[in-house]
Write a protein that binds this ligand. Structure first.
Ligand code: ADP
Ligand code: MG
Ligand code: ZN
Length: 489
C-alpha cells in the first residue's frame, strides 16, 4: 500500500486489546437498479435516474434484478459462504433520503452466510457472518451548515438517483484485532469484489462504504467489551485513523472509571475524532417484517455452480501466479510488492511483461512503486510498452533514474518508451563520454581517489554519486561502478 502506516496492535496501549468487526456496503456493478429499470450510474444530474418503483410511489411493485442476484452469489462464493435460499424483509425507518420509508433488505435468512476471508500478509482467517442483498438509499446534501452536517444547515437537498441501487452488505465476525488488520481486511475484500466482477471497488465514489464496530478489553480477557459503531468510513486511511482513535477513547474512559456506552458514532476527518450520533436508547426500532411484494429467492444449485465456474482468478490465485515467477517469497519485501500489485490489479501487467521476456523482479518493483503511485493514468500503459521499458532498463540502455522518469511520462502520455527516451535525450552514455566524466571527477577529488585506489571501497558510493551528478542522472550506476573498479585495478 502506498499509504502511511498506523499503530499496529503491538503499539496499542499496553494491557489492552481492541476488537473490531466490519460491515462493508458494496454497490453492485449492474446496469440497472435492484427492483426497477432505472440506470445504476454515478455522477448523473440529481433526480434523473428515478421512476415510481425506486421513488416508492403507491401501487408500484418491485421486480428483482437477476444480474444483481448473480453478482451477490459471486460475492458469496468468492468469500467461501454457503449460498442458499433467502427472503427479503422490510426495514422500516423514516428518513428523507429513503423515499419508501422502508428499505428492502435481508434479515433472518441472507443469501450468503458463514464464509471467511484470508488476510494475505498476516495469513489470518477472518470469518464472514453474512453477505446479504439490500437496496441503497438516496443522498441528502445539507447546505449552509457546518461541514455538510444537518445541524445548522440552511436547507437540505435530496437526490434519489442512488435510491434502489443494489448493495451487498458484508458483515465480518469480530475477529480483527488492530487498525492495520482492519485495513488489510478491507483492502483484500476490495480486491476480491473487483476480481469477482461484482463491484468497481471505488471507495472515493462511495461504491464501498465501511461501518466499523469497535470495542476494547483487557489483554487476556475472553469477554467482549461494549462496542461503538462508526458509520460511513470511505477510505482506508479514515478507517485506520477512526478505529485507532475510537479504541483509545474507550480505554481512556474505562481507565478513568467511566463506562463505554453503546453508540453509533460519526468520524470527523478534519478533527480526527469520533463524536456521538445516537445511543442505544435512541436506536431505531426497524419493525422488520417479510416483504410481501417479493417471493423467496431460491437460486438452483445448477445456477450457483455455473456462476462459480465463471468467476475468474481471485486475488489469492493471482498472488500464487505472481509468486511462482520468483523463488521462495512467501513473505518479505517481494511478497509485499506482490500483495500491492495484485491489490491494485496490476498483476496482468507484470505477468504480461515477464511473458514477453522482461525481468520479473524489475517488472514487479516498477509496478509496485512507479505505476502504483500513478494509478489514475494506468490505462495509458500497455503491457507491451511496459515490458519494453523494463527490457531497456535491464539492458542498461536506461539508468534506473531515467527508467523511472520515462515510465512517469509514459503513464501521462501513452507513448512508447523509445519515443519518450528519445524526446528526453536519454540515450545511453557511450563509453567515451562516461570515461571523460570519470576523468573529470577524479581530477576534482584527487585525495579521495587515492584512498579509493588503495582499497577503500566505502568511497565507491561517493564516486558513483559524483559521476551521476555530472551526467545529470544519465549514467547507469552499475556501469559506473564497474568502470571505477576497472580503473583502480
Ligand atoms: P447488529 O445487529 O446490532 O448490527 P451484529 O451482531 O450484526 O449487530 O454485529 C454487527 C457487527 O458488529 C459485526 O460486524 C460484528 O462482528 C461486530 N461486533 C459485534 N460485537 C462486537 C464487539 N463486542 N466488538 C466489536 N465488534 C463487534
Ligand atoms: Mg448490523
Ligand atoms: Zn427506478
Amino acid at each position: 500500500m502506498v499509504e502511511d502506516s498506523l499503530s499496529s496492535n503491538a503499539e496499542f496501549l499496553s494491557g489492552w486489546e481492541m476488537v473490531v468487526g466490519l460491515e462493508v456496503h458494496c454497490e453492485l456493478k449492474t446496469r440497472t437498479k435492484l427492483f426497477c429499470g432505472c440506470m445504476n450510474a454515478f455522477g448523473q444530474e440529481p433526480n434523473t435516474s428515478i421512476c415510481p418503483v425506486c421513488l416508492g410511489l403507491p401501487g408500484s411493485l418491485p421486480v428483482i434484478n437477476e444480474h444483481a442476484v448473480e453478482l451477490a452469489i459471486r460475492i458469496g462464493l468468492a468469500l467461501n459462504c454457503r449460498v442458499d435460499e433467502s427472503i427479503f424483509h422490510r426495514k422500516n425507518y423514516f428518513y428523507p433520503d429513503m423515499p419508501k420509508d422502508y428499505q428492502i433488505s435481508q434479515y433472518e435468512k441472507a443469501i450468503n452466510e458463514n464464509g471467511y476471508l484470508e488476510l494475505p500478509l498476516s495469513k489470518k482467517r477472518v470469518r464472514i457472518e453474512r453477505a446479504h442483498i439490500e437496496e441503497d438509499t438516496g443522498k441528502t446534501t445539507h447546505v449552509g451548515g457546518d461541514g455538510g452536517r444537518i445541524h445548522g444547515a440552511v436547507h437540505s437537498l435530496v437526490d434519489y438517483n442512488r435510491a434502489g441501487i443494489p448493495l451487498v452488505e458484508i458483515v465480518s465476525a469480530p475477529d480483527l484485532r488492530s487498525a492495520e488488520e482492519a485495513r488489510e481486511y478491507v483492502s483484500e475484500l476490495r480486491s476480491i469484489l473487483v476480481a469477482s466482477g461484482a463491484s468497481d471497488g471505488k471507495m472515493e465514489e462511495g461504491s464501498l462504504r465501511v461501518d466499523a464496530n469497535v470495542s476494547v478489553r483487557r489483554s487476556g480477557s475472553r469477554e467482549f467489551g461494549t462496542r461503538c459503531e462508526i458509520k460511513n468510513l470511505n477510505s482506508l486511511r479514515s478507517l485506520g485513523r477512526a478505529i485507532a482513535y475510537e479504541a483509545e477513547r474507550q480505554v481512556e474512559l474505562i481507565e478513568s472509571g467511566q463506562v463505554v456506552v453503546q453508540q453509533t458514532r460519526h468520524w470527523n476527518e478534519d478533527q480526527g475524532v469520533t463524536t456521538a450520533m445516537r445511543s442505544k436508547e435512541e436506536a431505531y426500532d426497524y419493525r422488520y417484517f417479510p416483504e410481501p411484494d417479493l417471493v423467496p429467492l431460491c437460486p438452483s444449485k445448477e445456477w450457483v455452480s455455473e456462476i462459480g465456474s465463471r468467476i475468474g482468478l481471485l486475488p489469492a490465485d493471482r498472488r500464487k501466479r505472481l509468486t511462482s515467477l520468483f523463488e521462495g517469497v512467501e513473505s518479505g519485501s517481494t511478497f509485499d510488492q506482490i500483495v500491492t500489485v495484485v491489490g491494485l490489479g496490476l498483476d496482468e501487467l507484470v505477468v504480461g511483461a515477464v511473458e514477453g521476456g522482461a525481468d520479473p523482479r524489475l517488472a514487479l518493483a516498477r509496478a509496485a512503486n512507479e505505476v502504483a503511485a500513478n494509478m489514475v493514468n494506468q490505462a495509458n500503459l500497455s503491457v507491451e510498452a511496459f515490458g519494453e521499458l523494463i527490457k531497456m532498463e535491464s539492458a542498461g540502455q536506461l539508468s534506473a533514474t531515467q527508467a523511472k522518469t520515462v515510465l512517469g511520462k509514459m503513464l501521462e502520455s501513452g507513448y512508447r518508451p523509445q519515443e519518450v527516451a528519445a524526446s528526453l535525450g536519454f540515450e545511453a552514455l557511450d563509453t567515451a563520454v562516461l570515461e571523460a566524466l570519470i576523468d573529470q571527477v577524479i581530477s576534482t577529488s584527487p585525495k579521495e581517489w587515492e584512498r579509493f585506489s588503495s582499497g577503500e571501497d566505502q568511497l565507491t558510493g561517493f564516486f558513483v554519486g559524483q559521476v551521476m551528478k555530472l551526467s545529470k542522472g544519465r549514467a547507469d550506476g552499475k556501469v559506473v561502478t564497474a568502470a571505477l573498479h576497472s580503473r583502480r585495478a
